[in-house]
Structures are given as structure tokens and as C-alpha cells.
Write a protein that binds this ligand. Structure first.
Ligand code: MCN
Length: 783
């Protein structure tokens, strides 16, 4: 079938609503009689709660209730479940009460909740709740937390070790023995704060008459939210409706099920009125999950000719004070299994320690595990090149997995679907004019100007994923997807999806798929998601899975609709169904193309059923569930060019080139937008962003005044290229693109800065590469 809309850069239909302010976010919803909830949070990172005095707050005008963690427990509201416990890792899952009961474990931990008739009274009353604490020593660094004598955060978790997970392939020790060179590095992926534009919000309406509730909430996965809420609120799923209205970005931070979701349900149940909570930005910085925070001790072994023979690594992954929903899967399955990236490295070993600290819980942040894996390998490849005095581009080329179209199994046991790493890298080098760049770089250096080039070539696991694998690696749910395709009598189509996009644009791209496959105008297709009562069960939007997995379900539903339409067409055309051909929305009789019916003719007849095949169900609608046979592995090569001012340490990103391969592209405009946003977030990790705690566990970067989110003016125009290597994993040959920019760009920029600093021989600098750190490194080296 000739493709018309699939592959077209049509504008996002999501945008007019957003740009005109007509989009409705959770905080925009109000219900009659609604009350507001505020949270009393611990100022201490670690303390015993001696007493909570609520009388003064409860007596304030407009206050409807003041509750403690014990009150929630007494009402049957249980701990927040961790939904991913990796097997074989000696995992400890200490209770995560929605409101602390006797101990607080991070600054920002909830200690009480206040409900009032308006949000300002609720906030004032929260300040009037008096809590007596006995402060305890705190620890914020993951490695230090495992040392002898470190403060113990959970009584039943010795050495604060949440889990110890290992991955190994080949014979690492033999590989290291056979190597000509070994390079070592301690790599730190600093802690990051996700910063979605919309802060979190939740509004619950509990009907005490029926025991059912509706929750409007800022979530990336309403069906998972319902599942987890049924566990901790004690309300069965059929009595819970979760609605994700417009969600203003998540970047992984709206994947977890949060204590506040449970708190509003509890308060609404207690008071019999709807209850809403919306966080402030500074509250968001303390109580919404953080990302990364990895300490990696890495060794890479290579032969003189540049062949990499092995990697050994030990990782301390900071989990924060409690295990958030998907936290344990991030440094293990999503990081450790991707250790060899795009390279053919046969011998691998990694030990990952998940560690509790007195910090905000850490969970999925864009890329989740894969940026840490990509940074690790891409930095180490550069160090090998340096040690062997080889060009980093040549070392990469020497070690790439050769092109493959239908499966390649790597040392960690994963089978990548398809890849052509050399093609993407060569294209990026050509776009840069690499040889020309090196010449210019040498000339500039003579003049005291320092420019550098950095590479990052990646392969990433996404499109999560086959459900059998999900189960085997301890994920507490399935990872299939669902879709309903419904024709109205007029021939217009409604699509209901189990995924729940929150900025990515599937209302547009999935309409493009339907238009193309069923021969309807794209304007005639409406796409609906984000409401457990309207949409079929699905596992949500994260891990760049909505398109690779969701489109599989959509295609299965489309196929069912087409098959049924064929039977109706055969009846109307008085032919046998075997003789009906379908092309571009028309069903015709083989050999007699003039005898045809459009899909709209058939939709009308199927809905009115006046002249209809005997025994066939009326209606033209199908629901499908689809479980992918594998993950998908997009890949690409990114190149950063930076200029470092040796006098001030300031780094300027001069050029950024990205060649990404996400298989077949549905909408190039949207894909470019995803890559742009992703690059900005990854560059920010290299150069500007970083959450900092003091030794007492106080967040020093607690607001946008202290946490350096980048501005558009910091970036050059991104130069994008592509290669197209389809996947056999799903019917459309599409891979995910939502995270690639972030996964690749941190290492590219870091490597570029280090390349620019080569003449200064500065050694390692930890991210973010702020002017101060770069200047200190340069001036230290000069002394
Ligand atoms: N697409 C396409 N062709 C492809 C692949 C994707 O046209 N071959 C389109 C998709 O149809 C969709 C978009 O690109 O419109 C991203 O799709 P996909 O890669 O499937 O990613 P998801 O929709 O599953 O989104 C999740 C991903 C993740 S994990 C994070 S984190 C992230 C991201 O997307 N968070 C985002 N992008 C974000 N973008 C916005 N605006 N806000 C966020 O919170």
C-alpha cells in the first residue's frame, strides 16, 4: 500500500490546546465541596519522631482534618509498594509508609497531612503542626552509606544495602590477563532533578456510599496507578477510576506511584469530600523522585591494536531513602545489561549495589540506566584511545558490532534486534568533516584557542518489552499493550489506547498510522488515552515503549477491523471473501476493480446492519492486546564540538550533530522534536545540572535559583541526520526515540570538553563541567 501520511511531518494536533491554554491539567479540575491537602514535611534528613502535636492546626478556621501516618495505617492504608524487585539480588524492601510513622529518612519525608477548605489555609495549618524530633546522623553518598559505622537507615537492612545484583558474560579475568593495556576510572553520574514543567497534582473523589473513588493525577501510566492504588488503599480495582488529564511532561518522574496519591484518597474517604493536593516547585524538588546518582568504578582492557577485550565495573546506585516504584530496575536491567553498548565486547562483569541513603528516592529519569551505561562505555573507549595514542574514532570503528538485520546476542545475554552502527557513525563523521575539524583544531591550539570534539555512539534497550521477560526480571506487571479501533456510522474513527503519552505526540502519530492503514483522512481519526474507564488495560508510557509496543497493539486491532470489513464487503459486492482485495481504504473484487466499496460504506452498513452477513456481529470495532517478541534497540552516533575558554573555564557548545536510527519514522517533525529535547537534557547533565546535598542531608539545590536548568540560548542549532534500519520486532518496523538524545549527549559533550583540554593534561573532572571546575582543573594543571 502506498504510504501517504506515515512518514509525513504533519504538525502535532496536541499543540493548539496547549498553546491556547485550553488544555486541562489535574490542578485545573475543581469539584463542588472540594478541600485542599497540604503536607507537613520533615526538615531533618534522618530523625526519630518523638511527638506530633496537631491541636493548634486542627483548631484553625477552615481546617477539616489533621492526620498522621498512624491514622492512615489504622484506616487500612498500607505502604507504597515497590513494583520492581530484581530476583537473585538479595533485595530488601523495607516498608515505605505514605506518611512516616516513627522515623523520617529524608528531608521532605511526609510526617502529617492537613486538609482545609482552601489551599492557603491548608498550608498555614501545616506550618502550625508541631513535631518534636530527635535528630539522627545522616548519610547521602551511596558508597559511604555501605561503609562500616555508617548511619543505619532501615533497621532491617544491614549496611544500607538494598540489593546486590551481578551480571557476567565470557571470561573477564582471562580477558584482562590477555590485555596489553588496562584503563581505570571512577565515573560519577551526578544526581539530577527531573523538572517537568507541570508539578505533580492529585485530586481524589471517594464516594463513601459505594466505596469507589476517582483519582485525577499527573501520571504516565494510569492503569499501573490503579493497580498499585488497589494494593495500598485496599480498594479493589473495579472500584477505582484513574484519569490522567493533560500531563505537562514527566520524563520518568510521573511513572512512580507516590505517597500523595494515596493521601488524597485517604483524606477524601475520611471527610467525604473531594480532596486535591498540588505541589509547589520547591516541594517538587524534595518529594518528586530524582534521577541518576551512580558511582561507577570501571576498568577496560584492550589489545595494542585497539580491540577491547573486557570491562569490569562496580556500581553504587543511590536509591534514596525508600524504594520507589521502578527504582531497582534502573541500575540493573536498564543499565547493567547494556554495558557493552554498540561494541563487540565478549567479556563483561558488573556488580551493582543498590544503596539506601537519607535522600529523596531515586527512580526513572529520561534514559533511566542507559545514559549511565552509555557514558561508562563511551568515556572508557576514549581513555583506551588516549592510552594507545589512537584516534577515538578509529577505536570505535574497530570495535563496533558488524551490521545485523535479525538479531545479535551480546555478552550480557540480550539479543539486539537490528543495527548498523558503522553506517550511523560514518554519516556523523561526514556531517562534521572530521578530518577537516582535526586540522582546524590543531591550528587553533597554536593560537591558544581550545576546541574539542566528542563522540558518543550508542545502542539502547527500549520498547519495554516482552511480558515474559518482565516477569523473569522481577517487574511487577506485564509489558504488553492494547488498542481499540472503533468506526462510527459516519466513517469517522475513534482509537482508544492503553498507553498514556504526556507530551510525546501519539495522538498525532497514531492517527497517522490509522489513516494510512485504513484509508481514512487523518482528521477523521481521534485518539484517546489516559482514563482507566474509557481505555483498555495497558502498561503506560515510559522506556520509549508507546510507539514500538503500542503500535503493535494498534496494528493488531486494525487487522481485525480490516478482516471484518472484508467479510462485509464480500456480502455487499456479492463475492466470496477470498476474492476481495484491499488497497487504500477500498475493498474491490479481484479482477473487477470497478466493483468496490469504501471503508466508509462498510462502516455505515456495519453500524446500521440493514443488509448484512447472517451471523456476523454488527459494528465495526476491534480491541487487541499485543505482547512484543523482543525489546527494540535504537542506535546512533552523536558528535559534540565545544570551545573552552581557558581563562574563565567556560564551555560553549559550538556544534551538535546527531545521527539517530529509530527504524521507520512515523512523523519526522515529532521525532526531531524528541531528539532536540533529549539532547538538551543530556547536555545539561554534562555541563550544568546537579543536585547537591550537604552532609546533614539538606538539599542545597532546592529551587530553580540553585539548580541550573538550561535555557534555549545555551544551545546551537542541532544538526540532525538519520539512518533507517527497521526492526522485525513489530509490524511497522518502528523503534523508540523518546530517550535517545539524553542517552547519547552527556558522553558526547563530556568527551568533547576533555578533548579540548588535552593540552592541559587535567585528568578527570566530575560532572557537571561548570566554569569553576574547568578553570580549577586548568589552573591546577598550569601550576
Ligand atoms: N515516533 C515516530 N517514529 C518512530 C518512533 C517514535 O514518529 N519510529 C514518535 C512517536 O509516535 C511519539 C514520539 O515519537 O509521538 C515518542 O515516541 P516513543 O519513542 O515511543 O516514546 P514514548 O511515547 O513511549 O515516550 C516516552 C519517552 C520517555 S521514556 C521519556 S522519559 C520522555 C520522552 O519520551 N519524556 C517526555 N519524551 C518526552 N517528551 C515530552 N514532551 N515530555 C516528556 O515527559
Amino acid at each position: 500500500m502506498g504510504s501517504r501520511i506515515f512518514g509525513s511531518p504533519i504538525k502535532r494536533r496536541e499543540d493548539p490546546r496547549l498553546l491556547t491554554g485550553q488544555a486541562k491539567f489535574t490542578d485545573d479540575f475543581s469539584l463542588p465541596g472540594m478541600a485542599y491537602l497540604a503536607v507537613v514535611r520533615s526538615p531533618y534528613a534522618h530523625a526519630k519522631i518523638k511527638a506530633i502535636r496537631t491541636k493548634k492546626a486542627a483548631a484553625m478556621d477552615g481546617v477539616l482534618g489533621v492526620y498522621t501516618g498512624q491514622d492512615m495505617k489504622d484506616a487500612g492504608f498500607g505502604p507504597i509498594p515497590c513494583a520492581w524487585v530484581v530476583p537473585g539480588s538479595d533485595a530488601k524492601t523495607p516498608a515505605y509508609p505514605p506518611v512516616a510513622i516513627d522515623t523520617v529518612r529524608y528531608a521532605g519525608n511526609a510526617v502529617a497531612i492537613v486538609v482545609a477548605t482552601d489551599r492557603y489555609i491548608a498550608r498555614d495549618a501545616a506550618d502550625a503542626v508541631e513535631v518534636d524530633y530527635t535528630p539522627l546522623p545522616a548519610v547521602t553518598d551511596a558508597e559511604k552509606a555501605t561503609r562500616k559505622g555508617a548511619p543505619q537507615i532501615h533497621a532491617d537492612v544491614p549496611n544500607n544495602q538494598a540489593f546486590h545484583w551481578k551480571v557476567a558474560g565470557g571470561d573477564v579475568d582471562a580477558a584482562f590477563k590477555s590485555a596489553d593495556v588496562v584503563v581505570k576510572e571512577r565515573i560519577i553520574n551526578q544526581r539530577l532533578i527531573p523538572n517537568a514543567i507541570e508539578c505533580r497534582s492529585a485530586l481524589a473523589q471517594y464516594l463513601t456510599s459505594t466505596g469507589e473513588f476517582t483519582l485525577w493525577v499527573t501520571t504516565q501510566n494510569p492503569h499501573i496507578a490503579r493497580f498499585l492504588l488497589s494494593l495500598d488503599t485496599g480498594t479493589p480495582e473495579q472500584k477505582i477510576r484513574v484519569i490522567a488529564p493533560e500531563v505537562g511532561g514527566g520524563f520518568g518522574s510521573k511513572l512512580p506511584h507516590y505517597p500523595e496519591d494515596s493521601m488524597v484518597v485517604f483524606a477524601s474517604k475520611m471527610l467525604g469530600v473531594p480532596v486535591k493536593w498540588t505541589e509547589t516547585r520547591s516541594e517538587n524538588y524534595r518529594s518528586t523522585i530524582h534521577g541518576r546518582d551512580h558511582i561507577q568504578d570501571v576498568e577496560m582492557a584492550a589489545k595494542k591494536d585497539g580491540t577491547i577485550v573486557g570491562i569490569r565495573a562496580t556500581v553504587w546506585a543511590n536509591m534514596g531513602a525508600y524504594l520507589s516504584t521502578a527504582s531497582t530496575g534502573v541500575p540493573t536491567i536498564l543499565h547493567g545489561l547494556m554495558l557493552s553498548g554498540a561494541y563487540d565486547i565478549k567479556n563483561i562483569r558488573e556488580d551493582v549495589y543498590g544503596v539506601f541513603t537519607n535522600t529523596t528516592p531515586v527512580d526513572t529519569y529520561r534514559g533511566a540506566g542507559r545514559p549511565e551505561a552509555t557514558f561508562l562505555i563511551e568515556r572508557m573507549v576514549d581513555l583506551v584511545a588516549q592510552k594507545l595514542k589512537k584516534d577515538p574514532a578509529d577505536v570505535r570503528k574497530k570495535n563496533f558490532i558488524p551490521p545485523f538485520a535479525d538479531g545479535h546476542t551480546v555478552a550480557t545475554g540480550l539479543t539486539y534486534d537490528s543495527g548498523n552502527y558503522i553506517a550511523a557513525f560514518d554519516k556523523a563523521l561526514k556531517m562534521l568533516d572530521y578530518t577537516g575539524f582535526r586540522k582546524k583544531q590543531a591550528e587553533l591550539r597554536k593560537k591558544g584557542e581550545y576546541v574539542g570534539v566528542g563522540f558518543s555512539t550508542y545502542s539502547e534497550i527500549c520498547g519495554l518489552g516482552p511480558s515474559a521477560v518482565a516477569g523473569a526480571v522481577g517487574f511487577g506487571g506485564g509489558l504488553w499493550e492494547s488498542a481499540v479501533v472503533r468506526f462510527h456510522p459516519s466513517g469517522k474513527v475513534v482509537v482508544l489506547l492503553g498507553i498514556s503519552p504526556h507530551g510525546q505526540g501519539e495522538r498525532t502519530t497514531f492517527a497517522q498510522i490509522v489513516a494510512d492503514q485504513l484509508g481514512v483522512a487523518v482528521e477523521d481519526v481521534e485518539v484517546i488515552h489516559g482514563d482507566t474507564e474509557r481505555t483498555p488495560m495497558g502498561w503506560g508510557s515510559y522506556g520509549s515503549r508507546s510507539t514500538p509496543v503500542g503500535s503493535g497493539a494498534l496494528m493488531a486491532a486494525i487487522t481485525k477491523v480490516r478482516d471484518k470489513a472484508k467479510i462485509v464487503a464480500a456480502h455487499l459486492l456479492e463475492a466470496s471473501a477470498d476474492d476481495i482485495e484491499y488497497a487504500d481504504g477500498k475493498f474491490s473484487v479481484r479482477g473487477a476493480p470497478a466493483k468496490s466499496k469504501t471503508i466508509q460504506d462498510i462502516a455505515l452498513m456495519a453500524n446500521v446492519a440493514w443488509n448484512y452477513p447472517k451471523g456476523l456481529e454488527p459494528g465495526l470495532e476491534a480491541e487487541a492486546f499485543w505482547d512484543p517478541p523482543n525489546f527494540v534497540y535504537p542506535f546512533g552516533s552523536h558528535i559534540a564540538v565545544v570551545r573552552v575558554d581557558a581563562e574563565t573555564g567556560e564551555v560553549r557548545l559550538e556544534r551538535y550533530l546527531a545521527v539517530d536510527d529509530c527504524g521507520k519514522v512515523i512523523n519526522p517533525l515529532i521525532v526531531s522534536g524528541q531528539i532536540h529535547g533529549g539532547i538538551a537534557q543530556g547536555v545539561a547533565q554534562a555541563l550544568w545540572e546537579g543536585a547537591a546535598y550537604d552532609d546533614a542531608g539538606q538539599l542545597l539545590t532546592g529551587s530553580l535559583m540553585d539548580y541550573a536548568v538550561p535555557k534555549a540560548e545555551f544551545f546551537p542549532n542541532f544538526e540532525l541526520g538519520e539512518t533507517v534500519t527497521p526492526t522485525n520486532v513489530n509490524p511497522l518496523g518502528v523503534k523508540g526515540i523518546g530517550e535517545t538524545g539524553t542517552i547519547a549527549s552527556t558522553a558526547a559533550v563530556y568527551n568533547a570538553v576533555m578533548d579540548a583540554l588535552t593540552p592541559f593534561n587535567v585528568g578527570k573532572i566530575d560532572m557537571p563541567l561548570t566554569p569553576e571546575k574547568v578553570w580549577r582543573a586548568i589552573s591546577g594543571a598550569r601550576r
